[in-house]
Design a protein around this ligand. Structure first.
Ligand code: PA5
Length: 385
């Protein structure tokens, strides 16, 4: 299965595929994948990656899922057109059996194609925005296809939704998260907000959250003021040997949120070798998970000693239920943060001008006024020295 999509149409699926399937899922043979297909997400338009993937696929054994809420996003539509052309050339009349669409129930080019050609098309409800759509068919369809328990995902989300509607802040994780981050930004100048899971399977989860937080909250308020924290992805422990130096001693303009997972499916004991070498002897007998946890606590304590605020989201284990809950918690938190900042977290007017300038350069007929503006802009000339 190959998902064609970008932004909210891709990031949630990538995050959950990485967390809930084997890290090397696409390299496993069919038996080890329990008969489920491989799942690729083509989320960018860099020709190198598009070529690299499409060129090695057996098209007659591939299902493409083109996902676009608006049904007209230039990047996804370009991918769609390339794939569609290749399918038609390879499979003729059977081409449309290899394509599923996920889009708005009524509007957009994809819906028009679905209606006209009878292509299978799931509906993304009109009131669900792209970056809030992973628990709609956008994520559910491809994830179910690779065996993710989507009932558990939704049950976890539903349970968390109830908790996040609680008026009692101390029992409302989303309200607490939003309020702490907003206060840190607006009262303490902590404009940079880092999400740092101590878990490889959750590495891509941070990328999903970064989009959610940035595109929802970075806005101009009705009174003209500009607001919005800058979300930054990090990974424990890897970033202890990279960004953590900056987090510790750099400007006091950051909050850190750790994600700590209680139980992991496998652990490995570090062997007691070289017991006469002090720098190695203390490691033997501990497990890698122990080391991971110890280092997370050490980093949190060192941050506190440096006067840097951090918090931790603890989850029992990485499974569909807990991730459904964490997604819902952060989606609610984003809505609450939108209210605290006084912005609409569901729109993204800031990306529009760039789109119009793209259309202008590609001569899209309805981009006349953008074309004039584009023509009048000074164009920097790169100079190689
Ligand atoms: O959250 C959003 O609305 C965006 O990031 C969209 O998901 C992204 O721009 C893709 O849009 P669409 O699904 O309409 O192709």
């Amino acid at each position: 299965i190959v998902v064609l999509g970008i932004g909210g149409s891709a990031l949630g699926t990538i995050a959950l595929r990485s967390a809930l399937r084997s890290p090397r899922w696409n390299e496993l043979d069919q038996t080890r994948r329990n008969g489920s297909p491989r799942l690729h997400v083509l989320e960018n338009i860099d020709p190198t990656s598009v070529h690299e993937l499409l060129d090695r696929l057996a098209l007659d054994r591939t299902l493409f899922v083109a996902i676009s809420k608006s049904g007209g996003t230039a990047e996804t539509m370009s991918q769609y057109l390339i794939v569609r052309d290749r399918l038609e050339k390879a499979l003729g009349d059977r081409a449309h059996h290899h394509m599923v669409l996920v889009t708005d129930p009524k509007n957009g080019a994809l819906r028009e194609i679905a209606t006209h050609e009878g292509t299978v098309a799931f509906e993304l409800p009109s009131n669900v925005g792209g970056r809030f759509s992973v628990l709609a068919p956008v994520g559910l369809f491809p994830l179910a296809a690779v065996g993710v328990d989507i009932d558990a995902l939704q049950a976890g989300a539903r349970e968390m939704a109830t908790r996040c509607e609680n008026d009692d802040l101390s029992n409302n994780p989303a309200g607490t998260f939003a309020l702490l981050q907003w206060l840190a930004d607006t009262e303490l100048g902590c404009h940079n907000q880092i999400m740092m899971p101590y878990s490889d399977p959750l590495r891509e989860f941070s990328a999903w959250w970064v989009q959610l937080w940035a595109e929802s909250l970075g806005k101009i308020r009705p009174d003209g003021t500009r607001v919005g924290p800058t979300p930054i992805p990090a990974l424990g422990v890897t970033d202890q040997h990279s960004q953590v130096q900056l987090f510790m001693q750099g400007p006091r303009d950051k909050t850190l949120t750790f994600i700590v997972v209680k139980q992991v499916p496998v652990d490995i004991t570090i062997p007691k070798l070289h017991q006469n070498v002090t720098e190695l002897a203390y490691l033997g007998g501990h497990t890698l998970k122990e080391l991971l946890d110890v280092e997370q606590r050490a980093t949190a304590a060192a941050l506190a000693r440096n006067g840097k605020p951090s918090m931790a989201i603890h989850i029992d284990q990485i499974d569909a239920h807990h991730l459904g809950a964490m997604i819902m918690m952060l989606e609610y938190a984003t809505i609450y943060a939108g209210a605290l900042y006084g912005v609409d977290p569901l729109d993204q007017p800031g990306v529009e001008l760039g789109k119009q300038f793209t259309y202008a350069q590609l001569n899209r007929p309805d981009a006349e006024s953008a074309r004039k503006e584009w023509a009048a802009l000074p164009k920097p000339q790169p100079k190689f020295v």
